[in-house]
Write a protein that binds this ligand. Structure first.
Ligand code: CA
Length: 230
């Protein structure tokens, strides 16, 4: 899942980035309202952490602009303004929650997960196909109930593929979704990542496989679908 952090306090911005990446999100971070609007217009985010007091345009204005361009992104306001009115204005203005500064990362994380859960009513906690399962919160992958050790990005790939199934996971979309925009990514990197996941699933005894759809991307396939053993 990909997050946008909009925070002009550099240390806090960096801290949020580090923490959220460590717990498994792809993160883009900007420090002004205008850059945020640009990122929102171009990108595809599952949620946004938005500071209210930004150097150029106010966080509330960012939210309003989002609504004008029809981009509804689950949003948590980060604010030092603890006046009741600004919190209410924020929530009425399209934010899903707010966190008062200073805050604990654990609190922010809990709020973020709650917002993501609410935003994706259909979003399952446990994704599975065949004997492969993935828990979106704990980031645990299992094959036949036995844990398979996946690196952060491999877990993100598995999550994405399970979510998209039975559709094809488009390669360019993987690039967009698994890597922060500042990272330069080659399609080879995606291919290498897919190979590693494929190998780990196979070694773990998975009954699903990842097929390459030439020129488009990848698709998870159940053994009955391959027809190989028929
Ligand atoms: Ca600020």
């Amino acid at each position: 899942m990909k997050l946008l952090i909009v925070e002009d306090h550099q240390e806090l911005n960096a801290l949020l980035c580090r923490h959220l990446e460590r717990i498994g999100f792809a993160v883009d971070a900007v420090s002004t309202g205008r850059k945020a609007l640009h990122a929102i217009a171009m990108g595809d985010y599952d949620a946004m952490l938005l500071d209210l007091g930004l150097p150029d345009i106010d966080g509330m204005e960012v939210l309003e602009q989002c609504q004008k361009i029809g981009k509804r992104i689950p949003c948590i306001l980060l604010t030092a303004r603890d006046a009741l009115e600004s919190r209410l204005a924020g929530l009425n203005g399209g934010a899903d929650d707010y966190v008062l500064k200073p805050f604990e990362m654990t609190e922010l994380e809990a709020r973020l997960r709650a917002v993501l859960r609410r935003a994706q009513a259909v979003h399952q906690q446990k994704l599975s196909l065949g004997n492969v399962a993935f828990e979106t919160e704990s980031r645990f992958a299992t094959v036949n109930g036995k844990q398979v050790d996946l690196l952060r990005r491999e877990a993100m790939l598995l999550e994405e593929m399970l979510k998209v199934w039975p559709r094809i996971t488009v390669k360019e979309r993987l690039e967009e979704h698994l890597y922060a925009s500042r990272e330069s990514v080659t399609l080879n990197a995606v291919e290498a990542l897919v190979s590693r996941l494929r190998r780990k699933l196979r070694e773990g005894g998975a009954d699903v496989q990842i097929d390459t759809v030439r020129g488009i991307g990848y698709r998870m396939v159940l053994p009955v679908e391959t027809g190989a053993n028929a």
